[in-house]
Every structure is written in C-alpha cells, then in structure tokens.
Design a binder for this molecule. Structure first.
Ligand code: ARG
Length: 460
C-alpha cells in the first residue's frame, strides 16, 4: 500500500529498496526526546493561538509523553516504512490518541521540525561536552599545582631547548582547552535559535507565535528567514569544527603522553587500567588510550569535511541531502565526548617520574641561553654572548660534559666576564626560577597561574 503520510498523490507504493534506502529511522531515532520536546512546545503554542483547542493540546501532550515512555521502555517498534523519527512518533501518537494525533503537524513541516530537533540535540551536546572539558581542565590544573616544582626539558623541534616545569606544560594544555570551551559557548549562540514556524520553506498560513515557541524551548529567539531556517546547517558545521579543534588538541596531548610513557623518555607512568598489554610480548604496556584518541581525531576531521561537502552548492531551501547530516554530527558528539571522558578520567592518575625528568632537563645544554643572558647582564651584546656560549657548548660536547660540569677556569677561556656565581644560572632550578614573570615557567608563576585558572573555572 502507499505511504499513509502522502499516499493521496501516489498511484503505487514506494519500492521496497527505495523505502529502505531513503529511511533515516535507523539513526535519527536518537532524536526522539528532542522531537517530542519540540512537538509539545509546538502544540502548546498552537493552543495558545487557538489553532488547537486546549483539550486537543492536552490530549496530544499526554499522548506524546506516553509515546516517550513506550520508547524508553523499549516497546515502540520503529518502522522503516514510516521513514524517520518524526513520522514514527506521529504514527505512534495517532495509534494512542486517535484522530487528534493527526492535528499535531498543523502549521509545521518535517523540514523545520528536523532543523529544530538537531538544534535542541546539539545544545544538550554542547552543554555535555563543556562539562567534560571543565572536568578535564580541573584535572590538569590540579596536576599542574602538584607538579609546579617538577623540572623537565622543554622542547622546540623536539630537541632539548630550555628547562620548564611540568606544571607549566600542563597549564599550556589547559589554555588550549579553555579556548575550546569558549568556542563552544560561542557556537551555542548560533545553535540556540528556533527554526520552527518556517514550515516547509515559506512559513505557514496559521496565526502562529514563533517567539512563544522559542521561549517554551529555551531558544534565544526565532530565526529571521524561513528559507534560511530550513536550509541552514552552518551551526552543525561550526560545531563539528570546534569539535575538530578539541580533537587536534587532544591528539597533541596524546602524542606527548605516548612519547613520555616510552622507555626512552620515561617521564611519566600511566596507570595500568588505561593501558593494555601485548598478546605476544610479555613485557609490553601500551598507552592505548592516548593512541586511540590520537587516531580518532581523523574521523572528526572527516565528519567536518562530510558536512562541508554535504552543504556545498545546495540550492535553497531544504533538500533531502540534509538527512545525511545526522550520522557525522552524532559520530562527532560521541567521539569527542568519549575522548574527553577518557582524558578527564586518566589525567589525575598520571605519575610524573620526577628524577628522570630532572636528569633529562639537565642534559642537552638546556641552560645555554641562561649562560648567554648571564654574559649580557655583564655588558656583552647578546649576539657576542651567543657566540661565546656556542663555543663553550662545542667544547663541552668534545669533553662530554654539561656546561655546569665544566670548571670555572675552563669556562673563563671563553669569556673573562664569567665568575664563580655563573654556576647558579647553569642549574635547571636557577634557569626556571629566573623566568619569573607573568606567563613564565618559574614555579611561583605556575602556582599563581593555577590559582587564576581555578578562580576562572569556579565562575562557570
Ligand atoms: N528525515 C529528514 C531529515 O533528516 C526529515 C526531513 C524530511 N523532509 C522531507 N521533506 N523529506 O532531513
């Protein structure tokens, strides 16, 4: 038989494969709660505008809540013939309450309905992700406070550059996540706008009150233009972009964790429960969680490109193409949420191998810049100081000694400005303590930055 939602115009039933091919119920059933939330607001507004009677509205609302209860009890059987979540729920409603159920779709189209559902869904997703981001930030800041005095090598080009504190490094990660949080808040502003009322594309002939529907659903306002309302998916692309940046950040953290957990670095120990072993090599403990997070970054980038390409060249207004937006959106939400959760759970249990970090920080001539600064403070122009220290390092390499291991006499061969107090600046402790300004790596500064970050988070 022909589909009951549009059977009137059709002379034959939908081809069985086409019905399967065009259905979205397999994945959009995830939207059921938000679909029902939107329908309740729509019916409420219609009653207030006297398009439905209050009694009809009450019956519809009760019916929708009963359908929701069925879905949550697992007793509603989703039908592919009914194509999507909207028509499945409407059919279940009419089954329950009879003909009144058929009035729900008055002044509405699935086009503005789906745009509303996704926005409601994404709004919740953003709030959830921001909760997870906040949890991870707390974990990083706590660990940074505990490791404010721990000295490790800082790298550029992955070569030892200058000593930094581990706390400072962790707070660098926190800054990335802080920007991610702010981006999500900003994206939420463009998500939180009501498309309902645009109907199919041109609006509706009923005397509706879109501002009221917006208010009922907690949207900031109703969208401006009905054509744009049903065709716009910018907000989903923007969300996915912000998610891609989160993943990029997590992948950078993952990469460092994987390196640091290796025997060659041995800077950290990851808890066993976040690692796995090898089925053949008995000694192995693999950092699976950060590796997998690094790997999952790819699918979120892919989803961003899927959505951008999905929308490319689409004529106004709604096109069936848009049904393809759901899976990338859901996949991005699940992936980013899962990765943030794994990180927020794991970070508090990272154990710094402080001695190993210290030893590594002291190697690689990491305090060479400090020696140059020492000479500058004694009157040598920086370029000349750079030259002098470069020669001292070359000498150290030949002697197989760090700068701090050379004797005063050996150092003085390179500059007569060098005196006994030079050894204070050649230690890694002296090096980090000297970078004692806003944003610097000195333990004092790290402790102050932790406090600021904590106060900042507390204001959320
Ligand atoms: N399942 C559709 C989607 O995901 C709902 C809107 C369908 N509208 C239509 N006119 N076919 O976009």
């Amino acid at each position: 038989q022909t589909n009951s939602s549009w059977g009137g115009r059709f002379a034959e039933a939908t081809d069985a494969f086409v019905a399967e091919f065009t259905a979205s119920i397999g994945f959009d059933q995830r939207l059921y709660r938000h679909d029902i939330q939107g329908s309740i607001a729509h019916a409420t507004m219609l009653a207030e505008c006297a398009v439905l009677t209050v009694a009809e509205k009450d019956t519809i609302v009760q019916g929708l809540l009963a359908v929701q209860a069925d879905i949550e009890a697992g007793t509603l059987v989703w039908s592919v013939a009914l194509e999507d979540v909207h028509m499945n729920i409407e059919a279940a409603l009419t089954d329950k309450i009879g003909t009144v159920g058929k009035k729900l779709h008055t002044g509405r189209s699935r086009n503005d309905q789906i745009a509303t559902d996704i926005r409601l869904y994404l709004r919740d997703a953003i709030d959830h992700l921001n909760g997870e981001l906040t949890r991870l930030q707390h974990a990083l800041i706590d660990l940074a406070g505990a490791e404010a005095d721990t000295i490790m090598p800082g790298f550029t080009h992955l070569q030892t550059a200058q000593p930094v504190t581990f706390g400072h490094h962790l707070l660098a990660w926190n800054e990335m996540l802080q920007r991610d949080y702010e981006r999500m808040i900003d994206c939420r502003k463009r998500v939180n706008i009501l498309p309902l009322g645009a109907a199919a594309l041109a609006g509706t002939t009923y005397p509706i009150d879109r501002a009221r529907t917006a208010e009922l659903l907690g949207f900031d306002r109703a969208s401006e233009n009905s054509l744009d309302s049903v065709s716009d998916r910018d907000f989903a692309i923007e969300f996915n972009h912000d998610g891609a940046l989160i993943m990029m950040h997590l992948s950078r953290m993952s990469e460092e964790l994987v390196l640091w957990a290796s025997a060659q670095f041995n800077f950290i120990d990851l808890p066993d429960r976040f690692c796995t072993g090898s089925s053949i090599m008995p000694q192995k403990k693999n950092p699976d969680v950060p590796e997998l997070v690094r790997g999952k970054t790819g699918r979120v980038y892919g989803n961003l490109f899927s959505l951008l390409t999905l929308m490319k060249s689409q004529p106004l207004a709604y096109n069936k193409d848009n049904q393809e937006d759901k899976e990338p959106i859901f996949d991005t939400i699940d992936t980013v949420a899962g990765c943030l959760r794994a990180f927020a759970d794991m970070i508090p249990h990272i154990e710094a191998q402080r001695e190993q970090m210290h030893t590594a920080a002291a190697g690689g001539y990491s305090t060479a810049t400090d020696l140059a600064d020492y000479l500058v403070k004694r009157g040598l122009p920086f370029r000349d100081a750079h030259e002098v220290v470069g020669a001292s390092v070359a000498f150290g390499i030949v002697e197989r000694k760090d700068l701090s291991e050379l004797s005063l006499e050996q150092l003085q061969q390179f500059s007569s400005l060098i005196e006994a107090d030079v050894f204070e600046v050649l230690t890694v402790e002296g090096s980090v303590a000297a970078r004692d300004h806003f944003g610097g790596t000195a333990p004092n500064q790290v402790r102050a930055a932790c406090l600021r970050a904590q106060v900042f988070l507390a204001q959320r």
